[in-house]
Design a protein around this ligand. Structure first.
Ligand code: GDG
Length: 735
């Protein structure tokens, strides 16, 4: 039976060894907590590192670890101390983490870190390929494993691969700084579905894909030769009921059952009844903006001294990546700041900051969520921020105020929170005051809306949305596969070809017989192509028709002396081997002088674009323009032209990075049918790569063999992947 394999850098377990004795506990953290419910709900295995370096385990202990891990339905990837140092602390946390969070000044670019990153991703790939079977779903998580999807796809093309990035994907301007940017994107594109927390990260990713690899993107689908990769946003939810129920239970506890922390908090609240507790919980990470938060809080106490003695910041900072320089420096900075501020403001009864530098058990976390009326979460960048969601979910009486940074992904779903810019101390101070004074009805109103949303879009919904979407990508793919040219179909076409006495081939040129080049003139035919076409045309039973949007001058130069029929400008002109060019139908061209200035205007405003003028049409090419600007201008141009076309009986054709305007009613289908006329061909073949060829597929008789190059929705009967396949098929038929 097919299963789900969850893959993350760390297994969701904390394994401790004391005197050869193992203890295993579930680990904390956003990813682990979130995916644990998926792990439990589905038939699944979790693959990752145990947190124990292989040098520290003798063979006996390693066996014990493996048995214990297996019991939890997990499989261990063995990493050495050096791997962890270079791949995890190195490339993952000194290169990708700072860069993707826009801390470019902290990013290091070391070849040995990169090499280790590739090596460890390959180690993961090896363990996965050993443990997966055809039909399995592999769900890979996060920035430590960006190369993994392609490594698996190469070895196991029959599994479906989802990838989710838990941190932001940065703007292209930042991503391009990475020396290994193309390799990372290509690695990610091995997945069938790529998920992000927000649409912003998704569009940054698309921008990098377009600019670095030049792939065409339709809505949120990326066309890569023979595959379609989908990217989408799936804002991660929390286990709402777990937090809400734990908070309910917490409120019903007797004094005796309360934790030490809760008893201290209660005592403090009792002694200073009008005290407001302001909560912050984060891993101690520079992205979380902890030092700035302290400065802002200091500014608040100075600007509004009436709150001195009335507001305390309860700050839980969970130790994280203590081996990395920046984290050590930040820890000292925060220790110092807390000490200085407490020294500056404290009284006998009150200190402004309660600082905990450790990890709390879940129950204590609930103590904090329920006892603090305000949460002040001020990350400088944060992929999502689950703490914000957990705080709101724990407010069973719906009272409490969330202050949240605009830079957290969670903000997209929590617009009822009080939003702040983490760099703006003035705004944070004023917002704190507003939060402290917010009427209860308003608190309830805001939290009700957020709670309803969090309850609906919880962690289960997030996981099932992702997995359903992955299934959908595969179903769509299956539709294409049904059309994909198999050996059996090739045989069928060959049999029909052999039986036929009068055959005709309609062959589109660019993207079908030759690949695209930056300048159309560079896509000239090569020796191989001439060889294939000449061979095909030399058979007296065959008629070869090149049918293209090209102009007649270029085709005369390339094929004027050949034994093929040429149809150009999408069906305006025709030339048979013996005759000169003829118009297929009479047309007006008086519209051209009105349209030309519009095209010129777009060339001036879009560097890299240019106009191709044909006898009966204008084409605006933007393949070499900035891809995003090109796409925007193409839409603007279509809009400008749309006002003119009905007056002049014109139509707009949108091809691959081109916009063409021409007389309406002229298309490849109509031209092909004009050519077929009433002649009785018993083998009709049509092949093309873009939507101008769809006219051909539409108009050719039902018995025709029609083929579209690339995986797209099409009226053609079959798909092939690329130019090479078309050439191969034609060569085979002509044998
Ligand atoms: C990454 C992204 C994204 C924290 N302290 C304790 C504790 N926690 C739990 C919280 C929460 C989780 O850890 C922290 O999640 P965050 O989302 O706030 O932040 P990151 O760890 O940086 O997570 C982030 C996330 O991945 C998910 O995609 O949201 O943007 O950076 O669940 O409750 N849990 C316990 N004790 C603690 O002391 N038990």
């Amino acid at each position: 039976m097919s299963k789900i394999i969850i893959v993350s850098n760390r297994l969701p377990l904390n394994i401790k060894i004391e005197n050869d004795h193992l203890t295993i506990e579930p680990s904390v953290g956003g990813l682990a907590t979130g995916m644990r419910s998926v792990h439990e709900a589905y038939e699944s295995k979790w693959i990752g590192w145990t947190g124990l370096a292989e040098e520290n385990l003798n063979s006996e202990l390693r066996k014990k670890v493996n048995v214990a891990v297996e019991k939890e339905d997990c499989i261990a990837v063995d990493l050495s101390n050096e791997d962890v140092d270079l791949y995890y602390y190195g490339f993952s946390n000194k290169t990708i983490w700072p860069l993707f969070h826009y801390f470019t000044e902290f990013a290091e670019f070391k070849k040995e870190h990169w090499d280790a990153y590739c090596k460890v991703n390959q180690k993961f790939a090896d363990v996965i390929t050993k443990n997966c079977e055809k039909g399995d779903t592999i769900w890979i998580h996060d920035y430590q494993l960006l190369l993994l999807p392609q490594m698996i796809k190469d070895k196991c093309p029959d599994v479906s691969i989802g990838f989710f990035l838990h941190i932001p994907f940065p703007s292209y301007e930042v991503f391009r700084i990475l020396p290994w940017r193309n390799e990372l994107i290509e690695g990610m594109l091995g997945a069938d579905l790529i998920g992000f927390h927000t649409y912003d990260y998704e569009r940054h990713f698309f921008s990098s894909v377009r600019r670095l690899l030049g792939y065409e993107i339709n809505f949120n689908k990326i066309n890569i030769h023979n595959r379609i990769v989908k990217a989408d946003s799936f804002p991660m939810g929390i286990d709402y009921d777990k937090f809400h129920n734990a908070a309910l239970e917490h409120h019903s506890k007797s004094i005796r059952d309360k934790s030490d922390i809760q008893q201290q908090l209660d005592k403090h609240i009792l002694n200073t009844p009008d005290i407001k507790l302001i909560l912050s919980i984060d891993r101690l990470d520079y992205t979380k903006g902890i030092a700035k938060r302290l400065h802002a809080f200091e500014y608040f106490l100075e600007k509004y001294p009436e709150f001195q003695g009335k507001a305390s910041l309860v700050m839980l900072a969970v130790p994280s990546r203590a081996n990395v320089d920046q984290y050590q420096k930040m820890k000292s900075e925060i220790d110092e700041l807390v000490g200085r501020m407490n020294g500056k403001f404290s009284t006998i009864n009150w200190s402004p900051i309660w600082y905990f530098y450790r990890s709390f058990p879940f129950d204590n976390l609930i103590d904090l969520y329920t006892s603090c009326e305000i949460a002040l979460l001020t990350p400088i960048r944060d992929g999502m921020n689950l703490v914000a969601k957990e705080f709101v979910a724990s407010k069973v009486d719906k009272k409490g105020v969330l202050i949240l940074s605009e830079m957290a992904g969670a903000v997209k779903e929590m617009s009822e929170a009080l939003l702040i810019n983490p760099q703006n101390y003035e705004q944070i101070a004023d917002t704190l005051k507003k939060a402290i004074q917010m009427p209860e009805e308003e608190q309830i109103e805001r939290n009700t809306i957020m709670q309803n949303r969090l309850q609906r879009y919880n962690i289960d919904r997030w996981a099932s949305d992702f997995l359903n979407s992955l299934n959908k990508v595969l179903e769509d793919k299956a539709k294409y596969i049904a059309k994909e040219m198999s050996a059996a179909i090739v045989k069928k076409i060959q049999t029909a070809y052999n039986k036929a006495e009068k055959r005709i081939f309609f062959l589109d040129y660019d993207g079908t017989l030759v690949g695209f080049k930056d300048k159309p003139i560079d896509a000239s035919p090569d020796k191989d192509l001439y060889g294939i076409l000449d061979k095909l045309a030399s058979n007296p039973k065959n008629e070869v028709v090149l049918i293209s949007g090209r102009d007649k001058e270029t085709f005369t130069q390339w094929f004027g002396n050949k034994n093929y029929t040429l149809i150009v400008e999408h069906g305006v002109w025709i030339k048979t081997p013996k005759d000169d060019w003829k118009l297929i139908e009479q047309m007006k061209i008086d519209w051209k002088e009105n349209i030309k200035p519009i095209f010129e205007f777009y060339v001036d405003r879009t560097p890299g674009s240019f106009i191709e003028e044909k006898n009966y049409s204008f084409v605006w090419h933007y393949r070499k323009a900035d891809p995003e600007l090109g796409a925007i201008r193409a839409n603007e141009l279509k809009y400008d032209l749309s006002g003119l076309i009905s007056n002049h009986n014109l139509e707009i054709l949108e091809g691959n990075k081109v916009i063409e305007i021409k007389n309406s009613g002229i298309n490849k289908g109509r031209a092909a049918m004009h050519k077929i006329n009433n002649l009785h061909y018993d083998f009709i073949f049509g092949v093309g790569d873009d939507w101008t060829d769809e006219y051909l597929f539409h108009d050719l008789p039902a018995k025709a063999y029609t083929i579209r190059v690339g995986l797209k929705n099409t009226l053609a009967k079959y798909n092939v992947n690329e130019v090479k396949d078309v050439r191969g098929l034609l060569a085979k038929l002509s044998q």
